[in-house]
Design a protein around this ligand. Structure first.
Ligand SMILES: [Zn+2]
Length: 329
């Protein structure tokens, strides 16, 4: 899995999002509507707040270095259970964490508590990694030998920050929900060569619906509907910004471009990370849908949250996630 702050890296992890968001603490609090949406709604506000940050606002940032990243263990997933860990080679100072199976089980159980088993059948592997406290909290990626199966990856160093981890797990789950093979036909070529804009264009031209990067979306998929409704009119403008990352030594112009795009279209997005890619927008919007009351306004941002209420199975899933999150508070 790419750990660069680049298309696939940003698509499936929350590198910058969490690093800059938490490190610089640039958070704001949105007023919540009057309707109580769960018995522990106050706690849910904390979860929502933990994920916010001006991730592409580089004002005052002088250097950004990615921390060292190590895989500790890789498990097979069987429904609710993780088994047969394969231990990776790690530096001596990480060997305690590597053998701490209680901690690893605990991080897995946060995910299983949030997401009902019938909604996570695409997850066949669970990886434990660390890049130190904060930075990347969790990520998802397709498994190499079967692109219809996915791995969930969690940093065990971030268990103490439960709110942020819950937020991130729901965001990562939203990728599984919107990109799994019942929604998107996986594309082996772009999996092997994810940072090739020409290949992306070629694949998009051959796809009659929205091509999301990992594959052609199904006509009735969440992603295709979301894209057609909320992205079709700004896609050309966004693509000019997106193109700044390919082959670039210095990604700051790309991040600045994303931030400027966000400021221009602020009423459309739940936060600035959402402008990274339509797949990130639907994941962030889904996370806000889960932890916010039903919107009452008519901005495009509110329409994005209301979008998920059109699907009864997602309304049910929201209830399940909230009750799982509440049970951990
Ligand atoms: Zn993401």
């Amino acid at each position: 899995m790419s750990k660069n702050i680049s298309f696939m890296g940003v698509l499936f992890s929350l590198v910058l999002f969490l690093f800059i968001g938490l490190y610089f603490g640039q958070k704001s609090i949105l007023p919540l509507g009057p309707d109580a949406y769960a018995s522990c709604s106050v706690s849910m506000d904390q979860v929502l707040d933990s994920g916010k940050g001006d991730v592409y606002n580089f004002t005052g940032v002088t250097n950004f270095e990615e921390p060292a990243f190590y895989y500790l263990a890789s498990y097979d997933v069987e429904e609710n259970t993780i088994t047969d860990p394969i231990l990776k080679t790690v530096p001596k100072d990480l060997q305690d964490e590597q053998h701490d199976t209680v901690l690893q089980q605990e991080s897995w159980s946060i995910f299983t508590t949030l997401i009902p088993v019938q909604n996570r059948q695409m997850v066949s592997q669970f990886n434990v990694f660390t890049d130190g406290y904060s930075n990347t909290l969790a990520a998802v990626d397709q498994t190499e030998n079967d692109l219809s199966q996915w791995m969930l990856e969690v940093d065990v160093a971030d268990l103490e920050d439960k709110d942020a981890l819950i937020y991130t797990m729901v965001h990562e789950y939203a990728h599984l929900l919107t990109l799994n093979s019942s929604q998107v036909t996986p594309d082996a070529d772009t999996y092997k060569d994810p940072l090739n804009p020409e290949l992306q264009k070629e694949k998009a031209a051959a796809c009659s619906t929205y091509f999301v990067g990992t594959g052609c979306t199904h006509p009735d998929s969440y992603m295709n509907a979301f894209y057609n409704r909320f992205w079709a009119d700004i896609s050309d403008e966004w693509q000019q910004v997106d193109a700044l990352q390919y082959g670039a030594e210095d990604l700051v112009p790309y991040y600045n471009g994303l931030y400027a795009f966000y400021l221009k279209h602020k009423d459309r997005f739940v936060d600035d990370y959402a402008v990274t890619h339509p797949a990130e927008d639907i994941a962030e919007s889904f996370t806000y849908f889960v932890f916010n009351p039903k919107p009452v306004g008519n901005s495009i941002r509110d329409q994005k949250l209301a979008f998920f209420y059109e699907y009864p199975e997602l309304v049910q899933l929201r209830e399940d996630i909230l009750s799982g999150a509440c049970s951990m508070k």
